[in-house]
Each structure stands twice: as structure tokens, then as C-alpha cells.
Design a protein around this ligand. Structure first.
Ligand code: NAP
Ligand code: ZN
Length: 335
């Protein structure tokens, strides 16, 4: 097989440099994708700077991939060369553990990530196990669909798990790549949707995406008026916050769910948990079957990422803009 060309980090926090590698022989259950689009998820930035202590260099980041099937392994009968497909954070699992058999492959202890200890999607091609390579519905444009493969599933899955419905009052914290998609899914579920943001200038766009209410979290008074108003709060923020405020914003039996990864351990007073039976939880991406469902819902309800597109060669420029919280709302690199 020909070499794969991409952009790799060679040290923690370093600029990405052109890089190529030999992918070897295509495995019998593998698919090779010729990449057209790849979203820049904040998890890529965490990996580049080794925030989670799991990065190995050099590595090519990128795990919100859309492209065409370039080749399939001998045992792959579900996908054909030329077909448009997507690949998200997860590229493999053991397939035989309790969690895989229950259709919760995202909880498999052997789960393999598309760009952890292997090379991801800021490249011309990428490989993954065929079970994690999914057809993209025709109604979705490739550039707007790529961010759904990680950002979209990460916010859709917990809303499904926690039963968000038309009676729910939902809060979404952080209007970035994940948050702006979460607003749209919460709206599609029929919930009353409140956006929490540090960026007052995002209010008109976020309301247009489906938010009924906008809280500027830089105003402490605004946070106080949110007390006791919400059933489900999804935090997509990658920074430390006064999390007790969000616990206060929950109604009795409400849930605060983390998908964003703040650097410091989160801590809470016990009393609001006890008195109101409030719950703190978290959620990782979603299974292939949930991904298929999410893509179908997105196609039917018009959920799509608002994107800023960059040629692959300008990936460092795109990353800098994400770091500064200047992208509206997801950067996508294209080949
Ligand atoms: P992003 O596009 O950079 O958006 C993050 C948003 O958080 C920003 O747009 C900003 O929204 C808010 N924010 C940033 N700095 C802040 C600060 N200092 N204080 C308060 N708010 C701040 O990032 P993303 O791609 O959506 O990813 C968000 C997080 O989710 C990352 O930690 C990522 O690793 C994690 N993630 C988790 C999973 C999972 O499976 N659980 C999957 C994907 C990503 P405002 O301007 O509105 O305040
Ligand atoms: Zn991601």
C-alpha cells in the first residue's frame, strides 16, 4: 500500500509538521478511507499538548472524519469502494466483551481510539475496523457532517440516555463545537433549551440554532437567576468552573452530565445532591448503533455543524483559532 501523508505533532504542544507513514498490509476487517474532511475537536488539542498523559509522538491527530472508502479488507462485505463514510473517535473494540455484546462498544475496555497510539485524520487517508466506519446519509453535506462523528454523538448520546423529551428543561454549557450541536439536538428533542456561555456576542447565533434562553456566565447575577430551573445540564466546557453553581441550577432529581474535560478535579457540596436527589454523571462518545441513529436524526431534523473550513496545509492556523475560542463553531480541514 502507498504511504499515508498527514500532519503530525512530534512533541507536546508542538506545531504539526508534514509527516508520512507506511500503513502496511490492510487487515481483513479494516477499511481504508480517502479523507475529504476532518473536524478539529478540542480533544485533538488535549492530545497534542498531552493533557491526559496518554499521547505518544509523532502522531497525526483527527477523529471527525468524512471521506470515501478507498479499499476494504477481505472480510468486509458491508462497505464498497467509493462509498461516502464517516469515522469518529473510536476505530475498534474487542467485539466479544459484555459491553460490545450489549451494543455499548464505547464502554469496551479494549476500545481503540482513531488517533491515540495510532494515526488519525489530519491526513489524506486513515484506517479503521469496518464496524466503526459508517455510511453518511445523503441529506448531510460532508463538511457539516464531519463534526457530528465525535462532537455530535458526544452530545446526542447522553440526551438519549437521560431521556430528554418535550417536558425537559435542558441547559448546555459552552457554545463551542460540541455545545452548538447540543443546542440543535436538545431543540429537536422538543426540550426548553438554555445556553450558558462566556461569549455574550454568540447569543443571536445560539438563539437561531434553537436556544430559548441565553445565560452570560460572566454575570454572577445571571447564574443566580438560573437556580432551580433545569432538569438536565450538559457541560461541554474544557475549563474549570464554579460547578456548584450548575448543581444549584438543577431542579430536584436533575442531572449534571460532563462531556467536556476540565483540567482540575470537579468538586461539589453534598447537600444539594442529598436534598434534591440530584445526580452528577459523565458520558463518552456513543456506540456505532447510536451513531447511525444520530446521523439519521441529524439528517431528518436538519442538525448540522456551523463550520469554518481550512485547507489541510493550514491545519496549524485552524488549531490556533480553536485555542483562542475564535472559531464559529467548528473548524474543519479539507483535502
Ligand atoms: P471547543 O470547540 O473549543 O469549545 C469549548 C467551549 O467551551 C468554548 O467555545 C467556550 O464556549 C467554552 N470555554 C472555553 N474556555 C472557557 C473558559 N475558560 N471558561 C468557560 N467556558 C469556556 O471544544 P469542543 O471541541 O466542543 O470540546 C469541548 C470539550 O469536550 C473538550 O474538553 C473535549 O476534549 C471534550 N470532548 C469530550 C468527548 C467525550 O466523549 N466525552 C468527546 C469530544 C470532546 P463559550 O464561548 O460559549 O463560553
Ligand atoms: Zn472529539
Amino acid at each position: 500500500m502507498a504511504q499515508i501523508h498527514g500532519y503530525a505533532a512530534h512533541a507536546a504542544g508542538a506545531e504539526l509538521l508534514p509527516f508520512h507513514y507506511d500503513p502496511g498490509k490492510l487487515g481483513p476487517r479494516e477499511v481504508e478511507i480517502a479523507i475529504s474532511h476532518c473536524g478539529i475537536c478540542h480533544s485533538d488539542l488535549h492530545l497534542i499538548s498531552n493533557d491526559w498523559g496518554i499521547s505518544q509522538y509523532p502522531f497525526i491527530p483527527g477523529h471527525e472524519i468524512v471521506g470515501k472508502v478507498a479499499a476494504v479488507g477481505a472480510e468486509v462485505h458491508t462497505l464498497q469502494p467509493g462509498q461516502r463514510v464517516g469515522l469518529g473517535w473510536q476505530s475498534g473494540s474487542c467485539g466479544v466483551c459484555e459491553w460490545c455484546l450489549r451494543g455499548m462498544e464505547n464502554l469496551c475496555p479494549e476500545a481503540e481510539a482513531t488517533c491515540v497510539h495510532r494515526h488519525g485524520g489530519y491526513a489524506d487517508r486513515v484506517r479503521a475496523n469496518a464496524r466503526f466506519v459508517l455510511p453518511i446519509p445523503e441529506a448531510l453535506a460532508s463538511d457539516q457532517a464531519a463534526p457530528l462523528l465525535c462532537g455530535g454523538i458526544t452530545v446526542y448520546n447522553p440526551m438519549r440516555t437521560h431521556g430528554v423529551n418535550p417536558s425537559s428543561r435542558v441547559g448546555i454549557v459552552g457554545m463551542g463545537g460540541l455545545g452548538h450541536i447540543a443546542i440543535q439536538f436538545a431543540h429537536a428533542f422538543g426540550a426548553h433549551v438554555t445556553a450558558f456561555s462566556t461569549s455574550a456576542e454568540k447569543e443571536p447565533e445560539v438563539r437561531a440554532l434553537g436556544a430559548h434562553h441565553f445565560v452570560n456566565t460572566r454575570e454572577s447575577k445571571a447564574m443566580k437567576t438560573a437556580a432551580g430551573t433545569l432538569d438536565f445540564i450538559l457541560s461541554t466546557v474544557n475549563a474549570d468552573q464554579d460547578w456548584a453553581n450548575y448543581l444549584q441550577a438543577l431542579r430536584p432529581t436533575g442531572t449534571l452530565c460532563f462531556v467536556g474535560v476540565p483540567p482540575a478535579p470537579v468538586s461539589f457540596p453534598a447537600f444539594p445532591l442529598i436534598s434534591g436527589m440530584r445526580v452528577i454523571s459523565g458520558s463518552p462518545i456513543g456506540s456505532p448503533s447510536r451513531l447511525l441513529e444520530m446521523l439519521d436524526v441529524a439528517a431528518r431534523h436538519g442538525v448540522k455543524a456551523t463550520i469554518e473550513s481550512f485547507p489541510m496545509a493550514k491545519v496549524n492556523q485552524a488549531i490556533e483559532k480553536v485555542k483562542k475560542n475564535k472559531v464559529r463553531y467548528r473548524a474543519v480541514v479539507t483535502n
